[in-house]
Design a protein around this ligand. Sequence first.
Ligand code: FAD
Length: 452
Amino acid sequence: TSDPDYDVVVVGAGVTGLTAANRLRAAGRSVIVLEARDRVGGRLLTDTLDGVRLEVGGQWVSPDQTSLLALLGELGLETYSRYREGESVYIGLDGVRCTFEGEKFPVSERTATEMDRLTVILDKLAAEMDPLEPWNHPDADYLDRISFAAWLAEQTDDAEARDNIGLYIGPAMLTKPAHSFSALSAVLMAASAGGFSHLVDADFILDRRVVGGLQRVPLALASRLPAGTVRLGEAVTKVEWDADGATVFTGQDSYRGRNVVMAVPPTLVSRVQYVPALPPVQAQMRQHISFGLVIKLHITYATPFWRELGLSGTAFSPYALVHEAYDNTNEDVEGETRGTLVGFVSDVKADGLLALDAAERRAKVLESLATYYGPEALSPVHYYESPWMADEWTVGAFGTSFDIGSLTRYGRHLRSDVGPLAFASSDIAGLGFQHVDGAIRMGEAVAARLLS
Ligand code: FAD
C-alpha cells in the first residue's frame, strides 16, 4: 500500500457525487471526482436539440424536496411554475375521453370512492414508514411478499381504481409493471415523497422547474470545486482496496484515496471489478436491484395549440400508450412562441415501443397524443425520445428498485460501507428516493459519515 493521493476519491459526477465532493472539500478534505461521461450531471441533462432546449433527464422540483430547494437557494438558482391553466384530459377503462379540472379524475362515483379509500390506506401505510428503513414497517414482511398488483386486487374489485392507483407508482414512478415490485416498495415510493396523496397530485409532485434547466445544479456544484477536481472521460473499471484505503483504476490512470465513494446507481456498482471481491451479501443484494424503463418524449409544436382549446396539457390514462403528458413549454426562454409537450411511455408499453423502428414509434406516440389533444398533435415541428435505456452509464430510467421480497431481505445492507468504500446515489435514499432531492441527501450523508 502507498500513501493516499487524496482523502476521498469520488466515482460519479452526478448530483450525489458532486454534493459529497463539495461537502468534503468545504471541510478541508482533498477530493477528486472521476466521471465516465464527457459531462457532469448523470441523469440530469439540459440540452438544446434542433434549437429546442429540452430536459432530457430529471426536471421537476416539488415542495417536499426540501434538500433540493435549499441547494437551489444556496446556488442562487431560480424556479418557475409549470403551466397548468385549463382542463386536464383523462381516458378511462371505457375508452372515453373526458376533460376535468382539479386533481380528481372524472371516473364513476364507485371508482372515485374506491380510489379515495385506497389513497387513505396508502397514506396511512406511508405515514407508518421511515423511508430510510422500510424493512422496519410494522407490516414489512407481508407487504414485501406480495406484488403491488396483487395487493391492490386484495383491496378492491374495481379494476379502474386499481389501474389508476397502480399507475401512480408503477408506470409513473418505479417505471415497472405493478406485478413486478412489492407492495412494500410501493409504500416506500409514497413515503419517500411525504405521502401517497403527493404522488396523486400532479400540481404538487411536478410543481416547479429550474430557470435554465435542472442540470444547472450539477454544473454549479462542479464549478464550485477547484479546477481539475472533476475528471471527465474517466470510467472506473477496477477498485483495489484494503484497510488503509483504495486504488481506483480508470483506462488512463489510477488514483489512491483513503476513502472511495461509489456515487453511481447500484446496478453500476456491480459493473466495476473489486479486488478483493465485495462481501457476498453486497454482490447478492445488487443482483436483486434493477432499473425501471420509461421513455421520456419531447414533442414541440409551432404553438402550444392545446392552450387555445382550453387545455392545460395535463393528460392521463392507464390505458393509453402515453400514460401521462404535460405542457413543458420553456416559460423561462424569452420570446418562446413554440409549445412543448412532455410525455412518458413506461414498462411493458415501452418494451413494445422499443421493438418498433423510429418512424413507427413516432407515429404511435403522436397517435396516442392525438387521442388526448386532437388531430393537431399529429404535426409537431420537433420530436425527441430521451435515450437513457441505451446509455451505458445509466441503462434505464428513472431509477432502480428491488424485486419482490428483497427490500426486507437486503435493504439494511444498502448503505453499509465496505472497508474504505462507501456507496451512495438517489436510488438508495429514504426521503427523495429516486429523485434529485434524494441524491443531495445521500451525498450529504456520505460526506458527513466520512467526516465524523
Ligand atoms: P446519476 O445521475 O446516475 O450519477 C451517477 C454518475 O456516475 C453518472 O454521471 C455516471 O456517468 C457516473 N458513472 C457510472 N459508472 C461510472 C464508472 N464506472 N466510472 C465513472 N463514472 C461512472 N428526479 C427529480 O427529482 N425530478 C424529476 O423530474 C426527475 N425526472 C427524471 C427523468 C428521467 C428521464 C430520469 C432518467 C431521471 C429523472 N429523475 C428525476 C431522477 C434524477 O435524475 C436522479 O435521481 C438523480 O439525478 C440521480 O443522481 P445520482 O448522482 O444519484 O446518479
